[in-house]
Design a binder for this molecule. Structure first.
Ligand code: GLU
Length: 449
């Protein structure tokens, strides 16, 4: 599979985005990036206080269990060697093996990975799948490397991680700028390092694989599909009809483009999109399928002929029913939250709203489908893939979609009920559901010795 044909990995350098980047600066206050892990702890403490979480369990969950950092050399196409830094943070395994994606992005550092790993712990606990939480990645600009170089980087990273990953121990998956092809390389490298007689039983060392290499039908669209199941339910609860609704979206990679293509089938209208190359708008609606074809060729939404270029601030200010942040962290902030003219923020990304932005959304009465509920479709179908591999089964798409819908709507209902029970916001309620689950396990098992 050619890397360039998949939307998740951008092997082309993004077009210069001076206009959009200048607006970035206008939209975000000029201060160094706050610690993402501190944001997680802020959210966590709010829920822990409200539910009266046991002080010992609070202490345990406030720190990741393990942090692995590796520096590894890779030969480039020109014969030179580059040394890369990769991370795997294993936040918690009380409920099962560590689980979470690998991200290839220049922003990857230990603080970001710690935060993303903790969100995975809450995500698996909330959705009631038998996994813990982890995350990893490599700090690099993936568009600077050829497919061959990316393959060698991936294989050498897998080798460097060694026994820190494993099918019953820690199971990576795709995340920002990683895709099924990269998962296939991880699988092949991992299997090559273990004894031959164990190899066939270890294909579940990684999920989000290409289907013929042991992946699951429906995994590719799973995160977007989960978002759409939830938006559908939210609209139903509000007495709204999806075919009358408009939305704006930030990020048009795997998550954003799938959410948009599935929302199109339900009649909702996408009126503005932003990605790393720029932002575009069209009041009559932008066709997500045509845009996805365009992005596959051009590497981004910039220049799409059936819409008008806008700046990033205009995207935040655009009146719509729903805003779907499906890109990076800390986008809805003290600077941008007051601009939003929407009824719902459906968080496709991990951590798109920082604590200040969150407080403003709440004050303004804007509903939020919090990240570790809203984007949990990906890991839910990863769990289905893991089960299929263990049982040597292939499920059909209807079965995968049906089970995903049941699981994610189950989590939605728990959050809705808990928000009512504690008279709190949905993010805090989602934490309470997840933390209750983990707390029961700690209470039953106790602390060794
Ligand atoms: N990277 C995805 C997430 O943030 C998927 C993780 C997985 O499937 O393990 O949820």
């Amino acid at each position: 599979m050619a890397l360039t044909s998949t939307p998740e990995v951008r092997t082309t350098k993004p077009a210069p985005v001076t206009a959009a980047r200048e607006s970035d600066a206008a939209a975000s206050p000029a201060r160094p990036r706050a610690s993402l892990f501190e944001n997680v702890i802020h959210q966590f403490n709010k829920a822990a206080d409200l539910m009266g979480l046991d002080a010992n369990i609070r202490k345990i969950l406030s720190k990741p269990q393990n942090e692995i950092s590796v520096n590894f050399p890779v030969k480039m196409d020109n014969g030179r060697v580059e040394v890369f830094t990769g991370y795997r943070v294993q936040h918690n395994s009380a409920l099962g093996p560590f689980k979470g994606g690998l991200r290839y992005h220049p922003s990857v550092d230990i603080d970001e990975v710690r935060a993303l790993a903790a969100w995975m712990t809450w995500k698996t606990a909330l959705t009631n799948i038998p996994f813990g939480g982890a995350k990893g990645g490599i700090q690099l600009e993936p568009w600077k490397y050829s497919p061959d170089e990316l393959q060698r980087i991936t294989r050498r990273f897998t080798y460097a991680l060694g026994e820190n990953i494993g099918p019953e121990y820690d199971i990576p998956a795709p995340d920002v700028n990683t895709n099924p092809q990269i998962m296939a390389w991880i699988l092949d490298t991992y299997l090559s390092t273990i004894p031959p007689h164990l190899r066939q039983g270890c294909t579940h060392v990684v999920t989000g694989k290409p289907v013929v290499s042991g992946g699951s039908l429906g995994r590719d669209k799973a995160t977007g599909q989960g978002i759409v199941f939830l938006i559908e339910q939210w609209a139903k609860d509000k007495g709204l009809t999806l075919s009358n609704l408009t939305y704006t979206i930030q990020g048009f990679g795997n998550v954003g483009s799938w959410a948009a293509r599935l929302l199109k089938q339900l009649g909702a209208r996408m009126i503005a999109v932003e990605d790393h190359t720029g932002a575009i708008a069209e009041a009559a609606g932008i066709d997500p399928d045509a845009l996805a074809d365009y992005v596959r060729i051009k590497g981004g939404v910039r220049g799409y002929e059936s819409a008008t270029a806008i700046d990033r601030v205009a995207l935040f200010r655009m009146k719509a029913d729903i805003f779907i942040p499906a890109a990076m962290e800390s986008q809805v902030t003290a600077a941008t939250a007051p601009m939003l003219e929407v009824h719902l923020v459906a968080e496709g990304a991990n951590g798109p709203t920082d604590p200040e932005g969150d407080a403003i959304l709440q004050q303004r009465g804007i509903d939020v489908l919090p990240d570790f509920l809203c984007n949990s479709g990906g890991v839910i179908v990863s769990y289905f893939e893991w089960l299929q591999n263990k049982r040597s089964e292939y499920w059909d798409l209807e079965e995968v979609d049906h089970k995903l819908r049941k699981k994610i709507l189950g989590a939605y209902r728990s959050v809705r009920e808990t928000a009512a029970e504690f008279k709190t916001d949905w993010r805090t309620a989602a934490y309470i559901v997840a933390l209750r689950h983990i707390a029961i396990v700690y209470n039953e098992r106790g602390i060794f010795p």
